[in-house]
Design a protein around this ligand. Sequence first.
Ligand code: FAD
Length: 422
Amino acid sequence: MTNSYDVIVIGAGAAGIAAGRTLTAAGLSIRVLEANQRIGGRAWTIHREGLPIDLGCGWLHSADRNPWTVLAEPLGFAVDRSAPPWGKKFLELGFSVSEQSAARKARASFDARLRNSDGETDRAADLLQPGDPWTPFLEATSGWVNGAELESLSIRDYLAYVEADTGVNWRVVRGYGALIEGAAAALPISLGVAATAVEPRGRLLAVTTTAGTLEASQVVITIPTDLLASGGLRLPAALDDRLETATHLPLGLADKVYFHLEAAEGLGLDIQALGNPHVARTGSYHIRPLGRPLIEGFFGGAVARGLEAGDDMAAFALDELAGLFGADIRRRLRLAAHTQWAREPFARGSYSHALPGYASARAVLAKPWDDRIYFAGEACSERDFSTAHGAYATGVAAARAILASSRRRTGSDADTDLGLTR
Ligand SMILES: Cc1cc2nc3c(=O)[nH]c(=O)nc-3n(C[C@H](O)[C@H](O)[C@H](O)COP(=O)(O)OP(=O)(O)OC[C@H]3O[C@@H](n4cnc5c(N)ncnc54)[C@H](O)[C@@H]3O)c2cc1C
């Protein structure tokens, strides 16, 4: 590595890659620092027995306005446009059609109460109805969607997402993580290099890393909120309030377990089953995603935290699957992979949610400091947070703000002049 750049981007996840692509396209000299030995952050496709498995993001949410959808095909990644399983009927095992209809009604009515709330409370749990038999189902759903319980969920934040979501959900056939990694192919990324401090040094910024100190005019920070809040990346004292803001946007937890499925026929295809719709401590199971001989289990919130803390995630999933399909299913399933996102040292969780009263924290987190330190990452998105496309948009926004500030400094109108003056 040389040690002086126009811009240093900290983190090679969706946001850092988007920022890096935008800045290099404008001709700036950049370096992306990535603490992990791989690119992608919470986007991570692995292969098991030749099958791509997304350990992090898997769905192109709001796919009809998702920038990753636009990038996919030119980069050689086919997009599957078939409907997601959660838009269809669940398997009827342990969850009759009439119960499914009652559960959906309870969810719709809860969402309506959230939408129509008078603003007296911003805590989603306050709008649960005492004695509603579907409260455990609503909590389980919040675990999957938000990675958190309704008790710690801001209504305003949740609604900002729901109202912006187009409801179109597609998949990247070779994996969402693989697409995001593919988009980084031409970027100058240093793997295994963690930034530990960013501090002013005259007109420049000094970025201390585990591989020495670098300098840049501007820095884009894309690390997840829990890492920011932990103080592991030291920032100028003037940004102490920003670390405080990050604590109001904690990462929820969602984890996945994958099994290879033998003699897959007959179990259903690209369909979802619920472990137990009457309890909050349950998983959702995607049977044969994209027709592949796999089952993907998904756990959120307290369930995921409990399973990471001690219980065996695979054993829990196998018990629930045996409850649904009969004990015989155990012999047809082989563990392929499982995640522990809270234990990933450079993630510490899955996706952010705002605590009650703190929906406005996202805009505060995203504010640049002194035209020199910029923030990006899914938590900075006011409506598409918790997603890879939200992360992308914040990376592009930070890069464009840097380009605009460089134009102001140099008095130039042309993006192509940027970076040549320093
Ligand atoms: C199980 C799971 C399922 C999900 N499902 C979906 C889905 O279906 N659809 C969807 O859109 N989203 C989904 N998401 C969320 C999505 O993956 C994230 O919102 C998105 O990838 C976040 O991108 P980011 O760039 O903001 O952060 P990250 O991907 O976390 O990138 C930050 C990068 O910074 C690096 N880093 C951290 N500290 C340092 C340091 N000190 N120095 C240098 N580098 C550092 C990290 O290693 C990481 O690579 C899911 C996430 C999980 C975990």
